[in-house]
Design a binder for this molecule. Structure first.
Ligand SMILES: Cc1cc2nc3c(=O)[nH]c(=O)nc-3n(C[C@H](O)[C@H](O)[C@H](O)COP(=O)(O)OP(=O)(O)OC[C@H]3O[C@@H](n4cnc5c(N)ncnc54)[C@H](O)[C@@H]3O)c2cc1C
Length: 347
């Protein structure tokens, strides 16, 4: 069977690229083996401002201009809601923290996202004697619903195989890559942290940054915004909140841990005072790169092989624009920004 593309991995990266292929009427087969969970467990938050330093997220404006219409298009395609828009309230830890917030109004890439007025803490059950700063244009994509919905849609169309892709079985014939009964012009690897098993791209400096999140039920907590303090508290409705996330650079598993839960419970004591019950816990590995830029491009020896990875902590915002960049390179010969080109790292 001849296809234009084989795609390995159906998380945020894979689905953003597949959507480009569908729009361009290209043929493809996706492989997905459930070995990674990052896109399924992500908080799904998009936030144009790094709230630790009040600095801009890299290319935030440009990324949002592509990402938000992309998710809106998927909402229409699947007749569902994916995008929950809310204000992000940063709880200041100190007067210095608050002063830094006002200093950020001098940064032209940050200022448009900040509201002038501060909020007093009048929220029952929320700790803090300092003020809150409000970030505009933030929100959350329900990535779990998105990935599950998208996989179901691919399955209905016979476009996905739920099996492991074995790199050792790739053969090269002329311009084609052969994989068992499939002949493809290109194979695009969207494997997240799974790329560590990929002999063609495992030289790239992807770091494991395991993240864990708990979901709580807190009947007395009434917030309809994302609260950003030492961790985030994200409203899901019906008094359920996602709380996260941890950053662990040692554990390479996607298994929820007792240590992860204890860390979140300990930190949460400094954020809310009301009773709650933990109703879920999940974990995944963020595909993070040392220089905090994505990994996009083509293998230096085998032009049939391409990669879309390194989305780090911001897959929701970055995936659609990086899929566009890769598609432009592969189908239209448009050069990549050297900053995202995977060949910036030499073997
Ligand atoms: C706890 C946590 C919270 C997060 N919160 C946010 C957030 O609020 N906002 C945000 O933007 N980002 C967040 N992230 C980061 C975000 O999840 C990632 O940037 C994004 O999901 C990465 O997507 P991906 O498609 O590259 O990788 P993945 O989601 O890991 O997808 C890769 C896919 O490839 C499959 N695969 C791998 N190897 C093979 C193989 N050989 N054969 C077949 N299939 C294979 C895997 O099973 C997997 O489904 C969070 C991450 C974690 C862990």
């Amino acid at each position: 069977m001849k296809v234009d593309y084989i795609i390995v991995g159906l998380g945020l990266a894979g689905l953003a690229f597949v959507e480009k292929l569908i729009q361009a009427k290209k043929s493809f087969i996706v492989f997905e083996d459930d070995s990674q969970t990052s896109s399924l467990v992500a908080g799904g938050v998009y936030n144009p401002v790094i709230l630790k330093r009040f600095s801009p997220v890299w290319n935030a404006k440009e990324q949002l201009a592509i990402a938000l219409p992309f998710y809106e298009h998927l909402e229409k395609k699947f007749n569902t809601t994916l995008d929950q828009k809310f204000v992000i309230k940063k709880a200041f830890k100190s007067t210095e923290d608050q002063n830094n917030w006002f200093a950020a109004f001098d940064k032209p890439t940050v200022a448009p996202f900040l509201e002038d007025n501060l909020d007093e803490n009048t929220y029952s059950g929320v700790v803090g004697s300092h003020y809150f700063g409000n970030v505009k244009e933030g929100g959350r994509i329900d990535t779990h619903k998105l990935v599950e919905t998208y996989r179901h849609y691919l399955k209905k169309n016979h476009w996905i195989r739920f099996e492991k892709f074995y790199h050792k079985d790739i053969l090269f014939e002329g311009n084609l890559a052969i994989y068992n009964n499939l002949q493809a012009s290109k194979i695009v690897f969207c494997e997240g942290f799974g790329v560590k098993q990929n002999p063609y791209f495992n030289h790239l400096p992807l770091e494991e940054v395991k993240g864990e999140i708990i979901t709580i039920h807190a009947p007395k907590l009434e917030i309809d915004f994302l609260l950003k303090s030492t961790l985030f508290v994200l409203p899901l409705g019906n008094h359920r909140y996602k709380v996260g996330a941890t950053f662990n650079h040692k554990d390479k598993t996607s298994i929820p841990s007792i240590e992860g839960k204890e860390e979140l419970v300990e930190k949460l004591k400094k954020v809310i005072t009301v009773p709650y019950e933990i109703i879920d816990q999940s974990a995944g590995i963020r595909p993070a790169v040392k220089d905090r830029r994505p990994l996009v491009g083509v293998h230096d020896k085998y032009p049939q092989l391409a990669i879309l990875n390194g989305l780090g902590t911001r897959g929701v915002m970055i995936a659609p624009s990086m899929a566009k960049e890769l598609y432009g390179l592969l189908e239209e010969g448009i050069d990549l920004d050297p900053e995202i080109n995977c060949n910036r790292f030499i073997r």
